[in-house]
Design a protein. Structure first.
Length: 321
């Protein structure tokens, strides 16, 4: 997460950086299996919306928790977490169309992120659930924050897992929205047009920052191979080229942010926390947790620490409400 000293950078360099951070949500369930989590064995009633699917697990008597994975990741990356939480939650696990398989819908000009936000807001408003916890990893957290801003009467808490509202500024603190958007257009276009093997080769450049375990890193490539290249490319452009910070002022729910740090990182733990506090300065309520000994995929590298924070969020609000 080393900041870039200049706003000038090659498209190839930006692709490598973008993949290294944003694709971090593709570590899948392999590392969870290495930690003794073989995947949740639950009966799920699927519900298909325009741009995504929602599967249900847990108990209807538990607090409603919506799990939103990141770029190129199917919802079963949350299986270990959902299984551990059991009947304490009514889990709603999201998979975006094109992640975990080929795309079956035409999003038109709506975009991947905006399409998911619109679907989830409509789903929340049409249902009976209130005091919902939104849990989002990487790109999924950017989606969760926008949903919380658009449906404040439905959302009780937001949990952000190793994500930022303006990804590009993690690398270049001086970059503007227009500069980031320009780079992102180039990244997205080249990723979409790249031969399949080149696309996957580029993706491999970011494996080292995804998960501490070799199994987790290997699963990254499995997920990338399963995802629709055109959808991943479009979503990458949106995430790397958009500053979602303005939405923070409209998020009234408490937001818990978990960030990953491990030995050998190019930034001290204190500096990392400062960077993320700056990113989330627009929030009304922020609770920042640094999870040590972890890379981007916190729920797999440090599952107990991850669930400890998540359980406190779910339980504390549930007891009060």
């Amino acid at each position: 997460m080393k900041p870039i000293g200049s706003g000038k950078m090659s498209i190839g360099g930006w692709i490598a950086i973008a993949v290294a951070i944003v694709i971090g949500a593709t570590a899948g369930q392999a590392n969870g299996q290495a930690n003794g989590q073989a995947g949740a064995q639950t009966d799920r009633a699927g519900q298909t919306l325009d741009t995504l699917q929602i599967e249900r697990a847990g108990s209807e008597s538990g607090r409603d928790v919506v799990f939103i994975p990141g770029l190129a990741t199917a919802g079963d990356v949350w299986d270990g977490t959902v299984m551990a939480l059991g009947d304490s939650v009514d889990a709603h696990v999201v998979t975006l169309d094109g992640f975990g398989g080929d795309s079956t819908v035409d999003r038109g000009e709506t975009g991947v992120v905006s399409g998911a936000v619109a679907d989830l807001v409509a789903w929340l408003e049409a249902g009976q659930a209130e005091d919902v916890v939104l849990v989002g990893h990487s790109m999924g957290a950017q989606i969760a924050l926008q949903v919380a801003a658009a449906a404040p009467d439905r959302v009780g808490d937001v949990v952000v897992v190793d994500s930022a509202p303006f990804f590009a500024r993690l690398f270049n603190p001086a970059i503007t929205h227009d500069q980031a958007a320009g780079y992102a257009i180039g990244v997205s276009g080249q990723m979409a047009a790249a031969p399949r093997e080149q696309f996957l080769a580029i993706s491999r450049q970011g494996l080292a920052v995804q998960s501490i375990s070799e199994a987790g890193q290997a699963q990254v490539m499995t997920w990338m191979e399963q995802a629709d290249q055109s959808v991943v490319s479009a979503a990458m452009g949106e995430v790397m080229g958009t500053d979602y910070s303005p939405v923070l002022a409209r998020v009234s729910a408490p937001v818990t942010v978990m960030i990953a740090w491990s030995e050998g990182a190019p930034m001290s733990p204190e500096a990392l926390e400062s960077v993320y506090r700056d990113q989330y300065a627009g929030l009304a309520m922020l609770d920042l947790h640094r999870i040590d000994g972890s890379r981007h995929f916190i729920m797999l590298d440090q599952p107990e620490a991850f669930r400890s924070v998540l359980t406190r969020v779910i339980g504390a609000e549930g007891e009060e409400g």
